[in-house]
Ligand binder design. Structure first.
Ligand code: CTP
Ligand code: MG
Length: 230
């Protein structure tokens, strides 16, 4: 059954899904690879659509796959599908262009974080709604972290209590994200990096272990195990 989105919701969720998945190994674009029999993108969109604040979902798909992705997602939720770009940031910009100005909150998610629970979408959106211009879900770093030189010699041990591993969805006031993109601020790793460069505060809220990014083959094994128990 197709999920209904909330026409009175105040959140648009962008789902960049145009990457090829080089680190996962040869095969279809990553967002279309199966996890427990369904493409990663289907898992991701189903969970986003279950978040009650979501009014609009925009997926950036590999250009050659736009019609196939529309067909794939039609039974899951009403979704706008646009062609993505060469870099993730280009795909985000393409999706952002499809969001009407009157939607006040925009979240940027990864199709690769296919098991992200709807509750995380809601908690990030709620923090933006309460007045924070940029909000990112994050987890404490569990490993000991060393700083090294080019030869691998340890220079020091980093105080990990001040470090966080950052996930998606990352949430923004629509005008803040749009201004960061207009300014052409480059961020190679995450969307909040652009807002940081613009000098605005970015708030971390608790992330979820289910929001892991499926990057390498072992992550697919882990995600299947998590699906079985979650
Ligand atoms: N993404 C995108 N457009 C790109 C590159 C990435 O929309 N040009 C999306 C991916 O589809 C993914 C998310 O951004 O959902 C996070 O990227 P990543 O995990 O790096 O996925 P890939 O780029 O596909 O993987 P790899 O880097 O291993 O090729
Ligand atoms: Mg990538």
């Amino acid at each position: 059954m197709t999920a209904q989105l909330n026409a009175r919701g105040d959140v648009a969720v962008l789902v960049p899904a145009a990457g090829s998945g080089v680190r996962l190994g040869p095969g279809a674009p990553k967002a279309l690879r199966p996890l427990a029999g369904e493409p990663l993108l289907v898992h991701a969109v189903r969970r986003v659509a279950a978040a009650p604040s979501v009014r609009l979902i925009v997926v950036a798909a590999p250009a050659a796959e736009v019609p196939a992705v529309r067909e794939l997602l039609a039974p899951i939720a009403p979704v706008t599908v646009v062609p993505g770009g060469a870099q993730r940031q280009d795909s985000v910009a393409a999706a952002l262009a499809a969001v009407p100005a009157e939607v006040p909150i925009v979240l940027v998610h990864d199709a690769a974080r296919a098991l992200t629970p709807p509750e995380l979408v809601e908690s990030v959106a709620a923090a933006v709604r309460s007045g924070h211009p940029a909000v990112i879900p994050a987890l404490p770093v569990v490993d000991t972290v060393k700083e090294v030189d080019a030869a691998g010699t340890v220079l020091g041990t980093v105080d990990r209590s001040v470090l966080r591993s950052v996930q998606t969805p990352q949430g923004f006031r629509h005008d803040v994200l749009a201004a960061a993109h207009r300014a052409g601020l480059d961020s190679h790793t995450d969307d909040a990096g652009m807002v940081e460069k613009a000098g605005l505060p970015v708030l971390c809220v608790p992330g979820s272990e289910l929001a892991l990014k499926i990057t390498r083959p072992l992550d697919l094994v882990l995600a299947e195990a998590l699906l079985a128990v979650a």
